[in-house]
Design a protein around this ligand. Structure first.
Ligand code: ADP
Ligand code: SF4
Length: 682
C-alpha cells in the first residue's frame, strides 16, 4: 500500500544542517522516568518509535554535569565518558530503522536540585531551587561561564561519540540555565551576560557556537526555545523577546524546536487545550529563519499535520504525546491506515510517571514503558496457542482492551455489556465538561474490534453467574467495574460519614447517570484527582452554587502530577466555586453540613441543598465471586477478574489490566517477577 498522495509531503526528507531526516515526523525530547537508570528500557522504547516511522527520535533532557543533577527525577545523564555506552544503546536502536537520533543536553540551573550530587548548582543569581527543595544556586562568576561552556562542549563531544545526529542547546520550559539567563526576572547581572536582551542571549549564543564548533561538522545543532511563557510582561512573549531572540539567532542553529513554557503549558491537557494550540505563539518563527522549524501541539490527525506544513507554520510535525500513544503513527499514515491511529487523549498520565520518577505509562498505549521489561510491542502480540473461546463480561476500558488483545491473538471472543453502549466509566466520564477526547479510549478499541471476525460484541446483555455457566463458555474474564461509595468512606474518612444515608447525599455515578441538581451543592473530594473538579464544572453549568471541600492541601491535589493543578484551580476560581482545603466532613444534616479542619479541628457549618461524595469506589466483583466455586469445581477452566472490578484505579490502569490479561492468557506465569529489571551487576 502507498500513502494517499495528499500526505506525501509528510514523508519528504528534510535536511537539518549536515544530516537529513528521512521524513517530517519528529519525536521531540520527552521524559520517561527510565533515563539513566534503565538504559535498556529507554533504548527499546525509542527503537520502537523509529520502527513505527518517526524520522527523528530524541532523548529526554540529558544532564551534562553532576552539578546539574535533576534527581529525584530520572532523566538522561552524560556527566562523563562512563555515561556514553548507555546512550549509545539508544542511538544504535534508533539507527536500526534509519531514523536520526537527537539528544537534548541540559544544564538545569535552579531547576537542578543536586540532591544526589550534593554540590551547589549555578544560576545567573543566587536563587531558590525549584520543586520546593530548600537551598539556592550559587551566582555564576566569570570563571564559571568558562567551565559551563567547557562542560557543554565536552558533553556535545561525548554525544557525538555516542553517535547522536542532532545535539540540542536547550532553552525552554524554564528548566534550564540557558533560559534562566534569558529571563530578566531572574537575570539581574550587570556584566555582559545581563541587562540588555543581547547580553541575556549571549550565553545561549555561545553554547550554540561552541556546539557547532565542537561537533557541527557531522551533527546538526538544534535549539529548543520557549517563545512565550504565557506570563505577559513578566516573561518572554512571542510578540516581544521571544520574537527578538529568534531574530537575533535566526541562522545560527541548524534547527529551531519552538514551544511555549512552562511544561504545563507546553503539555497542556485536552481538558484545557485542543490540537494545534501552540500555533498562535510559534507561528512567527518560520518567517525569521531559513532553518527548519519543529512545532508541537498534540497533533494526531494527518490533515492537521499537513496544514502546518502547507501554511508555513513548521517543517516538522513535532510530537511527544502522540508518539507515546501511538509509536506507529507515521507508518499508519503511510499505509493509509488512518482509522488505526491510536490518538492521544491528552490526559498526561505519561507526564505523571516522569514527575513521580517511575517508568512511563500511557492511558491509550498499555505497552508504553513495557517494551524492554515485558517485551511488549505496540503492534504485535504472540498468537494464540490453541483454539479457545473466551467470554469477557463488561465493556469498559479493561474489558474492551482485553477483548481486543485476545482477538488480536486469534481467539474467539465474545464481549458483552449490560448497557446498550460500550465504554463503561469512560462513556460516562467523557461526557463530563472538558473530557470529550477521552472517548478515544472507547472509539479506537471498538474500531479495532469491529475489524475482527473473531470478536463479537453483545450490548444490552446483563449477565448473572448462572447465565454465564448456561452459555457454556469455560474461559471467562470479568471486567465489571466499580461504583462510587455512598457512605463516604475513603482515604481520610475511615468510617461511614454521619448522615451519608440522607436522600440529598449523592455520588458521581448519580450525576453521570443524569441526576441534575439546583441550589447550593457541596462536593467533598477525597479522591484528589479530576472527578471532584469536573463535577464542580458540571454543576456550575447546571446553574448551581458550588462549594468544594477536600482534606488534601490543594484542590485536585494529584493533578499536580498531570501538570493540571494550576489550570484546574484557576478554572474553578473563575467559575466562583468556593474552595476549602484541609477539611473533612464531620456530619451531614438536612440542609447543612459540618466540616472540620484536618489540622486544627476547627469546625464550620455550611447551608446546603445537596452533597456529592467523591470518595473510594467499591469493586463490582460479585459476579466474579459467584463464579469462583465453578472454577474450583472444574466447570470453568479459566476465570480472571480485571480492572476496576479487581481494584479500582485510573483508566490507564484498567486498560493496562485488560492488555495484561489478554497477553497472559494461555501463557505460563513464572513464579518470579514477571518482568525484567535493570539491576546493577556485581
Ligand atoms: P473498567 O474500568 O474496569 O473497565 P468500567 O466500570 O468502566 O470498568 O466498566 C465495567 C462495565 O461492565 C460497565 O460498562 C458495566 O455496564 C458492565 N457490567 C457490569 N456488570 C455487568 C454484568 N453483570 N453483565 C454485563 N455487563 C456488566
Ligand atoms: Fe496521551 Fe494520555 Fe497517553 Fe500521555 S498518557 S500519551 S496524554 S493518552
Amino acid at each position: 500500500m502507498t500513502m494517499e498522495d495528499r500526505f506525501a509531503k509528510l514523508f519528504e526528507p528534510v535536511r537539518i544542517g549536515p544530516v537529513v531526516a528521512p521524513n517530517r515526523f519528529y519525536q521531540v525530547p520527552h521524559c520517561n522516568g527510565m533515563g539513566y537508570r534503565m538504559p535498556q528500557a529507554h533504548a527499546e522504547m525509542r527503537r520502537i518509535k523509529a520502527e513505527g516511522g518517526w524520522g527523528v527520535v530524541c532523548t529526554e533532557e540529558v544532564e551534562i554535569h553532576h552539578s546539574s543533577d535533576l534527581s529525584p527525577n530520572i532523566e538522561g545523564r552524560l556527566w562523563d565518558d562512563e555515561d556514553i555506552p548507555a546512550l549509545a544503546l539508544m542511538v544504535d536502536a534508533v539507527h536500526q530503522h534509519g531514523a536520526l537520533a537527537g539528544i537534548e543536553l541540559t544544564y538545569g540551573g535552579h531547576h537542578a536540585s543536586n540532591l544526589y550530587s550534593r554540590v551547589p548548582g549555578l544560576g545567573p543569581r543566587s536563587m531558590a531551587i525549584t520543586g520546593f527543595h530548600p537551598g539556592q544556586t550559587r551566582r555564576i562568576e566569570k570563571q564559571d561561564i568558562h567551565d559551563l561552556r567547557r562542560w557543554h562542549r565536552a558533553a556535545a563531544i561525548r554525544a557525538k561519540q555516542a553517535g547522536f545526529d542532532i545535539i540540542y542547546c536547550y532553552a525552554a520550559h524554564n528548566l534550564t540555565l540557558a533560559m534562566h539567563f534569558l529571563l530578566s526576572r531572574y537575570n539581574d547581572r550587570s556584566d555582559e551576560y545581563g541587562g540588555s536582551l543581547e547580553n541575556r542571549v549571549r550565553f545561549l549564543r555561545e553554547l550554540i557556537e561552541d556546539t557547532k564548533d565542537a561537533v557541527g561538522d557531522t551533527c546538526a545543532v538544534a535549539v529548543r526555545l520557549a517563545v512565550d511563557e504565557l506570563l505577559g510582561e513578566d516573561g518572554i512573549t512571542c510578540q516581544g523577546e521571544g520574537h527578538d531572540i529568534v531574530a537575533m539567532l535566526a541562522e545560527l542553529p541548524d534547527l529551531w524546536d519552538v514551544n511555549i513554557s512552562d511544561w504545563s503549558h507546553d503539555s497542556a491537557t485536552a481538558r484545557f487545550q485542543q490540537e494545534g494550540f501552540q500555533e498562535d505563539y510559534i507561528g512567527f518563527v518560520k518567517a525569521l529563519t531559513s532553518k527548519p522549524v519543529v512545532a508541537v501541539g498534540r497533533y494526531t490527525t494527518p490533515e492537521a499535520m499537513l496544514t502546518i506544513i502547507d501554511r508555513g507554520i513548521a517543517d516538522f510535525i513535532g510530537a511527544a504525546r502522540p508518539s507515546i500513544a501511538d509509536p506507529f503513527l507515521p507508518n499508519k499514515i503511510k499505509e493509509n491506515r488512518f482509522e488505526d491511529i491510536r490518538e492521544c487523549i491528552g490526559c498526561n498520565i505519561c507526564a505523571s510517571a516522569d514527575v513521580l520518577g517511575v517508568p512511563i505509562r500511557c492511558t491509550q498505549n498499555p505497552t508504553m514503558g513495557e517494551e524492554w521489561r515485558r517485551g511488549w510491542h505496540p503492534e504485535y502480540i504472540a498468537p494464540k496457542k490453541h483454539d479457545k473461546n473466551i467470554l469477557v463480561i463488561g465493556g469498559g476500558p479493561a474489558g474492551l482492551e482485553c477483548a481486543r488483545t485476545l482477538g488480536h491473538r486469534g481467539y474467539q471472543v465474545v464481549l458483552l455489556d449490560q448497557k446498550q453502549e460500550f465504554g463503561g466509566r469512560v462513556a460516562l466520564e467523557s461526557a463530563l465538561p472538558g473530557l470529550i477526547e477521552w472517548r478515544r479510549v472507547i472509539d479506537w478499541r471498538i474500531g479495532q474490534i469491529e475489524k475482527m471476525d473473531n470478536v463479537t460484541l453483545y450490548p444490552g446483555s446483563p449477565m448473572t453467574a448462572d447465565d454465564i455457566l448456561d452459555v457454556g463458555y469455560t474461559n471467562v474474564v470479568v471486567a465489571t467495574g466499580a461504583i462510587w461509595r455512598r457512605d463516604g468512606v475513603s482515604r481520610n474518612q475511615w468510617e461511614p460519614i454521619k448522615g451519608s444515608d440522607l436522600p440529598h447525599v449523592l455520588t458521581p455515578d448519580d450525576l453521570m447517570n443524569g441526576k441534575s441538581l439546583t441550589g447550593h451543592i457541596l462536593i467533598f473530594d477525597d479522591d484528589h484527582y479530576y472527578m471532584g473538579s469536573v463535577l464542580a464544572e458540571l454543576l456550575i453549568q447546571q446553574g448551581c452554587k458550588v462549594t468544594l471541600a477536600t482534606p488534601a492541601p490543594s484542590i485536585a491535589y494529584w493533578s499536580q502530577f498531570t501538570l493540571e493543578q494550576g489550570n484546574i484551580q484557576r478554572r474553578l476560581m473563575n467559575l466562583e466555586v468556593s474552595l476549602h482545603t484541609q477539611y473533612l466532613i464531620q456530619e451531614i444534616r438536612h440542609g447543612s453540613v459540618e466540616l472540620s479542619h484536618t489540622v486544627s479541628g476547627d469546625r464550620i457549618t455550611l447551608d446546603l441543598d445537596a452533597v456529592i461524595l467523591v470518595s473510594d469506589r467499591l469493586p463490582n466483583d460479585n459476579l466474579y465471586k459467584e463464579l469462583l466455586p465453578a472454577l474450583e469445581e472444574g466447570r470453568l477452566d479459566f476465570l480472571r477478574v480485571i480492572g476496576d472490578a479487581e481494584a479500582p484505579h485510573i483508566i490507564a490502569q484498567a486498560v493496562f489490566a485488560g492488555h495484561l490479561a489478554g497477553r497472559e492468557f494461555e501463557e505460563n506465569q513464572p513464579d518470579q517477577t514477571p518482568f525484567r529489571i535493570e539491576r546493577v551487576e556485581f
